[in-house]
Design a binder for this molecule. Structure first.
Ligand code: SAM
Length: 314
């Protein structure tokens, strides 16, 4: 099956179209919020590596648009401020200030900071991913560099006790990264949203309660990371980081393909019917005979993906 048709069977891809999100990634941030309540009391946010913009849309819909709806007279200064950065340009989103730039460059960090006019951010999110080379160690390294670049910005803009969320690739060096994050945050948790495929090495670090070491200055960041956490890591003192699965575990599964509605996919806000039709299939128990038959079919198919359509008699 080609990639396009597989994508259309992906329930989060279809839900994203139905709900007007630019990417299925929106559900990852929403499911992280369901567990960690990351938007409570938040007025200033930085969205790093934001294109095409589904996380910025979530921020706009959860923070900016409700504030505009509530305000009797709109005072720009009182509204939530959302600053989004990416190498790529992205289409405008209401209430989101966009910067096109590289987050690993100091000039970009300075520009982000300038938009907050001296006021700190409550939340920094980063969904950064490099162009994947397929060389796992290299991809993990570049990903870790992106998180460190995000951390530089965090140390400049985040308020004490603020929250930082970043995508990580679980690999050999991930313990070092957790040790580095623990230098700055008292609570670090790994989150795996239901909308993130189990087959993907991606997960998210949710770093809460920003508490940099006393007397810390952002220009000391690299030295600090290279000394303290590296030594602890090399001495085998790796922190124990809790792992949390986010999202309704009995609900939609990102690793499953769901049947398309008979007449194909319909993009509309009013496709409630379509949503109903695409409900997850009920669990069924196969008899030994049926199982043997399926195994035979699978081996006949030469290991290629086997799609089943099962009629259930009531
Ligand atoms: N959160 C986004 C959304 O919901 O639409 C999706 C982000 S996408 C998975 C990863 C993004 O990281 C890409 O748009 C890419 O351009 C961006 N990126 C990678 N390296 C970057 C860098 N050094 N500076 C800024 N953006 C970067």
């Amino acid at each position: 099956m080609g990639k396009a048709s597989k994508d259309k069977r992906d329930i989060y891809y279809r839900k994203a179209k139905e709900e007007g999100w630019r990417a299925r990634s929106a559900f990852k941030l929403i499911q992280i919020d369901d567990v960690f309540n990351i938007f409570e009391g938040v007025k200033h946010v930085v969205d790093l590596c934001a294109a095409p913009g589904s996380w910025s849309q979530v921020l706009s819909r959860k923070l900016y648009l409700p504030a505009v709806a509530k305000a009797e007279q709109i005072q720009q200064d009182d509204l939530p401020k959302i600053v989004a950065v990416d190498l790529q340009p992205m289409a405008p989103i209401e209430g989101v200030i966009q910067i096109q730039g590289d987050i690993t460059r100091e000039a970009t960090a300075a520009e982000v900071i300038s938009y907050f006019g001296g006021e700190p951010a409550d939340l920094v999110v980063s969904d950064g991913a490099p162009d994947v080379t397929g060389m796992h160690d290299m991809d993990e390294f570049v990903q870790a560099q992106l998180i460190l670049a995000a951390l530089v910005i965090v140390t400049h803009v985040l308020r004490p006790h603020g929250t930082f969320i970043a995508k990580v690739f679980r690999g050999k060096e991930v313990d070092l990264l957790y040790s580095q994050l623990k230098v700055f945050f008292t609570d670090v948790t790994i989150a795996k949203p239901k909308s993130s495929r189990n087959s993907s090495v991606e997960s998210f670090v949710v770093c809460q309660n920003f508490s940099p070491p006393e007397g810390f200055r952002p220009d000391q960041l690299r030295d600090l990371l290279e000394s303290g956490s590296q030594e602890a890591y090399e001495a085998g003192i790796s922190p124990i980081i809790p792992f949390v699965a986010c999202g309704d575990l009995s609900g939609w599964d990102a690793d499953q393909s769901y049947d398309l509605p008979a007449e194909g996919y319909v993009r509309a806000a009013s496709t409630l019917e379509g949503v109903k039709r695409a409900a997850p299939p009920p669990a069924i128990t196969l008899t030994d005979k049926a199982l043997a038959h399926l195994r035979r079919l699978q081996s006949d198919s030469g290991g290629s993906q086997l799609l089943l359509r099962i009629g259930v008699k009531s």
